[in-house]
Design a protein around this ligand. Structure first.
Ligand code: SAM
Length: 279
């Protein structure tokens, strides 16, 4: 019996199902169920909530989410070797865990859930960033999800919560902070995982805002921010030359010094610029 449920410890599950970690799938498992329960708690109150978990692996975080009271968990896993271990968890929590054997990048798992919905994942770095961008750019806002609680390598987590003037500030910070509150809620050393990765990790919790912090057309804002940070060391009047012929006067109208650089400009000013460029 484990610390949080009546199922066997994860080391035993992994040994019995021969789940040796595969590097190609970014498999760094968390075996401490007290830690997975703690991450589940960081996702907020799960009572009455459908949770999407991407990349459950042997199910440590899945068990945390179920033990912390999630109404239902949909777990999407690419590695078929993990399915028998996940089936054991489903049997211990009748009707509350559904496992989908799929590549999370190839499907829209949110279509299978009922609001309120929270998303929780410990994913490989590249998959996590791609899904984060997808979840932050739905066709309509507010999105169907209430919050995202995602593990990243520490450096990526810092890019998500970065403020203007910092080295980490860029497109990801603006995208995340425009329509959500983003906070680093937990930092983890490599030894928290089996096998330990080369880098430190951090959990970021993002709560969807009811409306964007400042009005702007998403496509225009994205175009402006992409152009600005493509050449982040250049002055904005040069970096944005291709966006509008009279960019210098548009920058001034948005309250931005044409000689400023992208990393000095806050969200409010980028949104003002996007509004002026839309008209
Ligand atoms: N959640 C488990 C934990 O915390 O111990 C496993 C985390 S491990 C870092 C990442 C998991 O994501 C692995 O089980 C891997 O097989 C799975 N995975 C990788 N790419 C995936 C994808 N595109 N779609 C679904 N699962 C994926």
């Amino acid at each position: 019996m484990s610390a949080i449920d009546s199922l066997p410890p994860l080391r035993e599950v992994i040994a019995r199902h021969e789940l040796s970690a595969r590097k190609a799938l970014g498999q760094n498992f968390i075996l401490d169920l007290n830690l997975t329960a703690r991450i589940a708690r960081l996702a907020g109150d799960l009572a009455g909530v459908d949770v999407l978990e991407v990349g459950p692996g042997p199910g440590g975080l899945t068990r945390g989410l179920l033990a912390m009271g999630a109404r239902r968990v949909l777990a999407v896993e690419k590695d078929p070797r993990c399915l028998p271990a996940l089936a054991e968890i489903a049997a211990a929590y009748p009707g509350r865990l559904e496992v989908l054997h799929a590549d999370a990048l190839a499907i829209d798992p949110l279509a299978y859930l009922n609001p309120p919905i929270r998303i929780v994942a410990n994913l490989p770095y590249n998959v996590g960033t791609e899904l984060l961008v997808r979840w932050l750019t739905p066709p309509v806002w507010p999105p169907v999800w209430q919050s995202l609680t995602l593990m990243f390598q520490r450096e990526v987590a810092e890019r998500i919560v970065a403020k203007p003037g910092s080295e980490a500030y860029g497109r990801l910070a603006l995208l995340a902070q425009w329509r959500s509150d983003a906070r680093i809620v937990l930092s983890l050393p490599p030894e928290a995982f089996t096998p330990p990765p080369k880098v430190h990790s951090a959990v970021v919790h993002l709560t969807a805002l009811a409306a964007p912090r400042f009005a702007a057309d998403p496509a225009v804002l994205n175009r402006v921010v992409a152009a600005a940070f493509n050449q982040r060391r250049k002055m904005l009047r040069s970096a944005l030359r291709g966006i509008a012929p009279d960019i210098e006067s548009v920058l001034v109208a948005a309250g931005i010094a044409p000689t400023a650089r992208a990393e000095e400009i806050g969200l409010e000013q980028f949104c003002a610029l996007a509004r002026l460029l839309k008209t």
